[in-house]
Write a new protein. Structure first.
Length: 388
């Protein structure tokens, strides 16, 4: 292998390029990124950057060490096709980049709602545009109380914005956390002056600063944000011959059905042996860790990820609290709070399946959480394999 094209110049793409060098690949690496910006970190976009306590420079993912790795950057260039042989990536400029291997790391794009001036929050440019409108006293209607919606609500409230959060489900975050823990998180909004409306959808975002709900109610809104999830950015691969299903389908080694083509990060719907199934994660840690596997696959090397990498992990910061989750929850798992401070919002809960721990959720409990996360890493692998 003498040349590799990485499509998507964000966390997963940059991590793949670095991993290729770490695994001694000294050929040409072209990094193609649709955004003009050099790789930057997304989690602060809904937190410190939106709050104005972090600058765009603080978000830089690339370090001076990356300059020595000799990447051939194509920023502000969008890949529009992957030729079915997998050998060439075609850019919106017409340039055709031929290489021996391709890493697909195009992430996800935010879902939006029809209507005038509806914000989404996925990119730095989105965050800059939203930040400009979050002025004290402005009325913000946030559609969707998932993690991003909850973080925007928290940040906006801290800026003196009047926030209403509208969630179609009866309990926010019931999908990832289950109903019990979802309810706990829901109470945080009210405690911080955010109005939460659940079990009702948005019928229309109207032109005159109003949002109409499906039950007929209307909300005044100077600013509207759709926080209704993201979809994998794989439209450009429609004619590539790649198997697509909620992202690019890959095996456990990130290999796709096309030889020499791997996929990583938010756009990859990958087989996870320790979970005995295919999963697409929109987690920062997955986008950081998975590329080492893909690099080894392209280079024909064997790579055994550390056991700790087999446990899905994400965090969220809301209202000054650190929420952390590790493992994989399913409906029917039993959740129990095993540690709690009586006088503060600090606890750790363990999810069990057939009596065995499979996931852990904590608010402001980083040390015991880290211990449980390590424990799950040794436990999960053997348990899930036994079940498959
Ligand atoms: P992305 O970061 O989406 O990058 C994909 C890149 O590919 C983009 O730059 C895109 O422009 C580019 N691209 C797309 N299509 C093309 C194309 N055709 N040609 C060229 N380039 C293309 N995770 C957590 O675990 N904890 C958090 O607290 C957290 N907070 C978050 C807050 C926000 C606001 C957001 C948006 C995400 C957050 N995440 C969080 C998720 C985490 O940031 C993502 O999992 C991570 O960014 C995924 O990295 P990625 O490189 O796979 O995809």
């Amino acid at each position: 292998m003498r040349s590799i094209t990485v499509v998507g110049a964000s966390l997963a793409g940059l991590s793949a390029a670095r991993a290729l060098r770490e695994q001694s690949f000294d050929g040409r690496i072209v990094l193609v990124g649709a955004e003009q910006h050099r790789p930057y970190d997304r989690p602060p976009l809904s937190k410190e950057f939106l709050a104005g306590t972090m600058s765009a420079d603080d978000l830089d993912l690339a370090t001076p060490d990356d300059d020595a790795l000799g990447f051939d950057w194509r920023l502000g260039r969008r890949a529009v096709a992957l030729e079915p042989s997998g050998a060439a990536v075609v850019l919106d400029t017409g340039e055709r980049i031929v290489s021996d291997g391709v890493v697909i790391a195009t992430g996800a794009v935010a879902r939006t709602l029809p209507g005038p001036r509806v914000h989404t929050l996925r990119t730095l440019d989105d965050a800059i545009a939203l930040r400009a409108e979050l002025t004290p006293g402005a009325r913000l209607v946030l559609v969707g109380a998932g993690f991003i919606g909850a973080e925007i609500a928290s940040t906006a409230a801290s800026l003196g914005v009047e926030v209403t959060l509208v969630e179609a489900l009866p309990t926010p975050l019931a999908g990832p956390l289950g109903v019990e823990m979802g309810r706990v998180c829901a109470t945080l909004h009210g405690e911080h002056g955010v109005r939460l409306i659940v079990g009702v959808g948005v019928d229309a975002v109207l032109g005159d600063r109003r949002v109409r709900l499906t039950d007929g109610r209307e909300l005044a809104a100077d600013v509207v944000v759709a926080g209704i999830g993201a979809v994998p950015a794989v439209d450009w691969l429609a004619d590539s011959g790649l198997r697509l299903d909620n992202g690019v389908l890959t095996d456990a080694d990130c290999a796709t059905n096309l030889p020499g083509v791997v996929a990583v990060g938010d756009c990859a719907h990958s087989y996870r042996p320790h979970l005995a199934g295919i999963h697409r994660f929109e987690h920062w840690t997955n986008a950081l860790q998975q590329p080492a596997i893909a690099a080894a696959t392209l280079l024909g090397r064997s790579y055994q990820p550390p056991a700790s990498h087999t446990v899905p992990y994400f965090w969220s910061d809301q209202y000054g609290l650190k929420l952390q989750f590790a493992g994989h929850r399913r409906d029917g798992d039993q959740v129990e709070v095993v540690e709690r401070d009586t006088d503060s919002r600090s606890f750790l809960a363990v999810y069990r399946r057939d009596g065995r721990p499979v996931a852990v959720f904590a608010i402001n409990r980083p040390r015991p959480f880290a211990r449980w996360r390590r424990e799950l890493a040794t436990h999960d692998v053997s348990y899930e394999r036994c079940q498959s």
